[in-house]
Write a protein of this length. Structure first.
Length: 528
């Protein structure tokens, strides 16, 4: 009795999970149905395939850039007055100090910067020039960390982008493989993934006329730089707009952000990006705005000025906004990038492919043809060779496929072309268990046993061989899933699930029918 209830219960659950995929939009009004459908992979529904290269060397250069201000502060505490501290090619830091301050410099480097080593030093007149580089082990760790952090940052951005079942994984030493099923706009995906999202707050220089630098090669005043805002042309594309003279010193960066959200602007259909800072950022922002009332504060993202409002008063509470005449997608993508964090190093597109949905339809059609052909051959063989027992095996095969697809939906797994190959293989293997059972029943009948005794013995004695063969194959599938890439994983998922459902339908599903017929005394002989 328990076998009947188990089969009926699993069948009802499978039907509930399969109905949304079978009925499509017409199932929307059925509130008891799960809101899930079969997820199709990139090769079936089309999408974007990207291979991004992480420029890990830039992470080392960025680390040296950030160390300039830190080193200047530490030397000041030790009463060392450097002539200059700058990053030079190598990458390396070059420090120039008076020769009489060489000993205090060495002590500061030893105590505060143990990850730096002296590459070379030179004394010219009264000045000592020292070049510092990271230790090799430190450089290797930085590069590895940059790749892993880039992988995690890209994954965070894509998760918020709303792509179902993306594939994001490391490939080789410096590459990241990205597959986005259903995304037919690769440019927007590249823009979202590749943006460095360096957010900076800088003061606009008072009294400077930025128009002097629009069309000339005139250098800006010392301690300043020329940055441009972005304007939209008649086609909605962003172009370089007006110049600004801003102070080179960065007052605050995006590392103090905790949240970025899109909100409606004051004008109709306009949008702004609201920023929330952590405790340190809120304190810094309050100090900056309090010390610079009536000055303009430029909000800069990737060297483009998005907003330069006048500070009217000290601003507490740890909040700011970015205004930039955004479209809905632009505002959303900007918030995603800021919220997910900045990439530690630039990424470039090494390979790009767009798989059209028409190719996916061809793959589905060919997969269904192979599925139908393989299924027909198996069904025909079993009925011809094993008669009624073969018919039961074929019914078990149908339930097996239904259970398998329902399990894929329940687990939110993605069905790929290799996955279809795994289903076709499972169909061929699914009847193996029934073949073993039927052959054992034949042997028992030849020994003169009754139908009930032959069926009981057939199932009991075939079970160890069925479990042994399927467990070894299942373990192979687990290894493929653990160490394989995207297509291999798709094959492994359907193979492992198919093995479980095929054993269940062969050992339990067909036995239910025999038990029912024997209980009703309708089985005088076994057609096998």
């Amino acid at each position: 009795m328990y076998r009947i209830l188990l089969v009926l219960g699993l069948t009802v659950v499978a039907v509930i999970f399969l109905l949304p995929s079978l009925l499509g939009e017409s199932s929307a009004g059925w509130g008891f149905l799960p809101n899930r459908k079969v997820h199709l992979g990139l090769d079936l529904q089309g999408g974007t395939h990207l291979v991004m290269t992480v420029e890990a060397d830039k992470a080392v250069e960025n680390a040296l850039e950030l160390m300039v201000d830190e080193m200047r502060g530490e030397l000041r505490k030790a009463n060392v007055r450097p002539k200059s501290i700058e990053r030079v090619a190598g990458p390396a830091l070059q420090v120039v100090v008076p020769t009489e301050q060489s000993d205090p410099l060495s002590q500061v480097l030893k105590d505060r910067f143990p990850n730096l080593e002296v590459k070379g030093s030179q004394t010219v007149g009264q000045e000592l020039t020292v070049q510092l580089v990271f230790y090799k082990a430190e450089v290797q760790q930085m590069k590895e960390s940059a790749i892993e952090q880039s992988l995690e940052t890209i994954r965070n951005r894509i998760d918020q982008f709303g792509v179902a079942e993306p594939i994001i994984q490391r490939q080789g030493d410096r590459e990241i493989l990205i597959q986005l099923p259903g995304i037919q706009d690769p440019q927007r995906a590249k823009d979202l993934i590749g943006r460095t999202a360096v957010l900076q707050f800088k003061l606009v220089r008072e009294g400077a006329n930025p128009e002097e630098y629009r069309d000339s090669k005139k250098l800006p005043p010392p301690g300043t730089q020329i940055l441009w805002d972005a304007k939209k042309d008649e086609f909605g594309n962003r172009r370089r707009g007006s110049p600004y003279v801003v102070e080179s010193r960065t007052l605050m960066t995006g590392d103090v952000l905790t949240e970025a959200r899109v909100r409606p602007g004051e004008l109709p259909n306009s949008r702004i990006v609201s920023l929330d800072f952590n405790a340190r950022g809120a304190r810094l922002f309050e100090e900056i705005t309090g010390a610079n009332v009536q000055r303009r504060l430029a909000i800069i993202l990737d060297d483009t000025i998005y907003s330069a409002p006048v500070i009217r008063e000290k601003i507490g509470g740890g909040r700011a906004i970015i205004e930039g005449n955004f479209t809905a997608d632009e505002a959303k993508d900007l918030a995603i990038v800021l919220r997910a964090g900045a990439l530690p190093a630039p990424v470039t597109v090494a390979e790009e492919r767009t798989v059209g949905p028409s190719l996916g339809k061809d793959s589905i059609r060919q997969g269904m043809i192979s599925f139908a052909l393989a299924g027909s051959l198996v069904v025909l063989f079993m009925v011809v060779y094993y008669k009624f027992a073969g018919f039961l095996a074929d019914m078990a095969l149908i339930f097996n496929v239904a259970y398998l697809l329902a399990a894929l939906i329940a687990l939110d797994a993605t069905l790929t072309l290799p996955g279809i190959a795994g289903i076709v293989l499972t169909m061929g293997m699914a009847v193996d268990a029934n073949v073993l059972i039927n052959e054992r029943i034949r042997e028992e009948l030849r020994l003169g046993k009754t139908p009930r005794a032959a069926i009981d013995a057939g199932y009991e004695r075939a079970l160890p061989a069925i479990l042994d063969s399927n467990i070894t194959t299942f373990l192979s599938g687990v290894i493929l899933f653990q160490f394989g890439s995207g297509p291999i994983k798709g094959f492994a998922v359907t193979l492992c699930i198919g093995l479980i459902t095929s054993v269940f339908t062969a050992v339990v599903g067909t036995r239910v029918v025999y038990d029912y017929l024997l209980s009703r005394r309708r089985l005088q002989t076994v057609s096998v």
